[in-house]
Design a protein around this ligand. Sequence first.
Ligand code: SF4
Length: 400
Amino acid sequence: MQHDALAPQYVRDFRCTGAKCPDNCCHSWNVAVDPATLQAYRTNPVLIPVVQDKLIDNRDLSTKDSAPAYIKLDPESGRCTLQEKSGLCTLQKQFGEAALCQTCASYPRTPKMLGDDLLVLLSDSCPEVARQLTHDANAMELNFGALQLPDHLAISLESTTDTYPQRHQILQTLLTILRHRAIPFELRLFISSLYIQRAQTLLYDGGDISIKELSDLFFSLIEQGYFEQQAQQLSKKSDGSLGLLILDILRKERRSKTAFTEELQSTLEGLGIKDKLPIASSHIKQLDAARTQYLDRLEKKYSHALENLVVNWLLSGLFPIYKKDLNDGWTNIMVRYLLLRTLICGVALKQKKLDLKDLTRISYRFGRGVSHSAILNKMILELVGRNLNNTTAFANSLKA
Ligand code: SF4
């Protein structure tokens, strides 16, 4: 179906690469089946023989209503049991897209309502999406217009709060700051952290200026170069605590063998981190050196790459709109960024090189790992426990 939607340019350009995909989406994660599709799978005489032994009930009471069942994965390969050897999906091949559950029909789309508009983003856990985001400088140019979408798309409907206009303003301001390519990307992250901190206070406690005035103030301070000095002063005080915590959590994360844990393993090997030996400030120094030697060079050439990934996270989650606590929403984005940066630099150390292809591969594998492991939540809980979920800690970790 065609639908008028707000979407960045890369969403309009996206084409699933199908059989050429380096790592298709039919493995390693549980495909949740929505109630309407499950009903069809259990009652349609044509579908029953194909799917009846491929479903397992969801026993988790907190998600059972929206996802009463999952499609079974092959325990050895981790592949979807409906996927054929050729890589094609049996359901899609025999009955077309209409036979797919919402999860499969929607992926990699993450549609949400932004006010009255449908906003469509794609998940960077898809290699082709990660390629577009890292390669195309204009990938995140938003525009409104007709978009071809699957018939049964799972649209996330969250209720807005009475502060929607202010939150919308905050979202627009964050997008402007994060896409201000005249200054280094990590400085933009630092400025955004300060802006969120101030906006949170205004939103909850009120103050002498409006959110719009706060945004205008930040724009004018950016033009005056006010934040550079502040960032430099803060980063001099860096004690590396946040970096050490990230490495410690990454080390504990090696469980099953997935594409994500392969990158993780490379990171640890690149840094020479062993199970029994403690993580030390020398590892942080190595990461800093790798950032200068590999990532900074790549960013000089492709300054849009990490920016596009972060802006895509921001819009996919619409956190200033739906995440009640702004600091929590921002912490989630910052932790995600710092984790990804750690992986990129660690892998570069191991490979002794970093190019755009590496960045794309690490990004989509990271996207999958983060979506299907508890690593982000673990990290956030640790940060909160150690009081590191604040602007100063983030500023200490950024090269602003
Ligand atoms: S991961 Fe992306 S490109 Fe690959 S098969 Fe799935 S939707 Fe297509």
